[in-house]
Ligand binder design. Structure first.
Ligand code: GLU
Length: 440
């Protein structure tokens, strides 16, 4: 069975970058009729917070990316300790003692000598007595000893990839305070949970190389890997610093529709044409991981609003009537309201804005040169209720009386009644205007 997982660390809100990872893993599982696990990578007790676990779930639920089960790394520490013991037993784990400053110094020296800044394995040549003394003095931590050979895999996005293990530092798997690090925890989880496909960002490629060797050392079989390109801003600029402002909850707050966001993210950076899907089944159907490219993928948050609008414009009244009631529109006017504003909303929030305009009246916009004309015209507008013919009859009479026609006739009246230059068909809108401030 195909099993995938989305494995966020609960150290912040998830953003569009995380969403890409979550969505790809979700779609692979659903397309194969498999299982999608939400794995909370919370081995770091200082940085992990429960409020972020809740927020991650809330954001995924909003999008409809439902998981089959939740796993938490903090509940599996004994499994990681077992794996660490095994690596120790087979001589692939060694204790090291360098402080971050010492490591930094080593790296600088290597770079000065034009050598790659790879950990020099000094820990391996320490005697037991030296280790005892250092452990006493500053505490030790543990690195995995890579086999210096090429690590190869067929990546579902990148293709055949080969990394020279000698160019990679032996990864630290356990910190001085005993905290198990993600690199080993993830290997143990992926194996225990039967994960068959791992999709994650291209920033994890080196991790993958080391994890493949850890898996081999533990006698585990590696899953299939796919590393998607990282998102950049619209001009190709790094997005990492701005991701904080692209949290999923901010997009939700801005009125972006889940299906617009998911449709966009499911095709961005792939050779498949961008298309707006109406539901998850359509999204699943058209998804092909192999069609994604390796080039950095441009993301422009501004693209999400027209897509949201397009998605909403496809709604029938019955799809959105609840939201219309919630916006305060009385049931007897709700369908007419939707017929009038449906094509003019960008987000669902605009429903309330439109109803406010209709029920409380818009602030009139009247240019100086139109003031007399508008006053004269409004004096001719019969008191309500208005119907679908009122606008036509009224403007014909105004035309007759004032000699104005075309844009010069209609635009000042639209602006006086709605405060806007654009908007719905005025003959349909007028019957819904409960208050006309310009007339008052
Ligand atoms: N917690 C890791 C991260 O958020 C998971 C990476 C992975 O998918 O293995 O980067």
């Amino acid at each position: 069975m195909t099993v995938t997982r989305f494995a966020p660390s609960p150290t912040g809100f998830i953003h569009v970058g995380n969403l890409r990872t979550a969505l790809m893993n979700y779609l692979i599982a659903r397309k194969a009729g498999g299982e999608f696990i939400l794995r909370i990578d919370d081995t770091d007790p200082e940085r992990s917070e429960e409020k972020y676990v809740d927020a991650i779930k809330e954001d995924l639920e909003w999008l409809g990316l439902t998981w089959d089960r939740v796993e938490r790394q903090s509940e599996r520490l004994d499994r990681y300790a077992d794996a660490a013991d095994k690596l120790r037993e087979i001589g692939r784990f060694y204790e090291v003692f360098e402080t971050p400053t010492e490591l930094d110094l080593k790296r600088k020296k290597q770079l000065n000598m034009k050598k790659p800044p790879v950990y020099d394995r000094a820990g391996l040549s320490l005697s037991e007595a030296e280790k005892d003394a250092l452990r006493e003095e500053r505490g030790g931590y543990w690195r995995f000893k890579l086999d210096h050979e090429r690590i190869e895999w067929n990546d579902q996005i990148i293709g055949d990839i080969s990394i020279d293990a000698a160019s990679v530092s032996d990864p630290v798997l356990i910190r001085a305070d005993g905290q198990v690090l993600y690199t080993i925890a993830s290997v143990v989880d992926d194996t225990d949970m039967g994960v068959t496909n791992v999709v994650r960002g291209a920033d994890h490629v080196t991790n993958t190389a080391t994890q493949i060797q850890i898996m081999q050392a533990l006698g585990f079989e590696a899953p299939a890997f796919a590393h998607h390109s990282l998102l950049t801003g619209p001009q190709g600029e790094a997005l990492s610093k701005r991701l904080g402002t692209l949290a999923l909850r901010d997009l939700r707050e801005a009125g972006i529709e889940p299906m617009a966001l998911l449709s966009h993210m499911a095709r961005l950076g792939s050779s498949d044409p961008a298309e707006l899907c109406r539901d998850m089944a359509e999204l699943v159907e058209g998804f092909e991981i192999g069609n994604f490219g390796t080039a950095p993928t441009k993301f422009d948050v501004a693209d999400l609003t027209p897509l949201t609008a397009k998605y909403l414009h496809g709604f029938a009244y019955s799809d959105i009537s609840e939201d219309i009631f919630d916006a305060g529109v009385p049931a007897d006017k709700a369908e007419a309201f939707w017929n009038v504003v449906g094509e003019n909303i960008d987000t669902r929030k605009d429903l309330a804005t439109w109803w406010e305009l209709m029920s409380k009246g818009a602030e009139p916009v009247i240019d100086d040169e139109d003031a007399d004309f508008v006053r004269e015209a409004l004096a001719m507008l019969p008191d309500g209720p208005h119907d679908g013919d009122t606008w036509g009859t009224w403007t014909a009479a105004v035309k007759e009386a004032t000699g104005r026609k075309g844009r010069g006739l209609f635009m000042p009246l639209r602006k006086a009644l709605t405060g806007m230059q654009h908007g719905p068909d005025m003959s349909a809108l007028l019957p819904l205007l409960q208050v006309i401030k310009a007339k008052a």
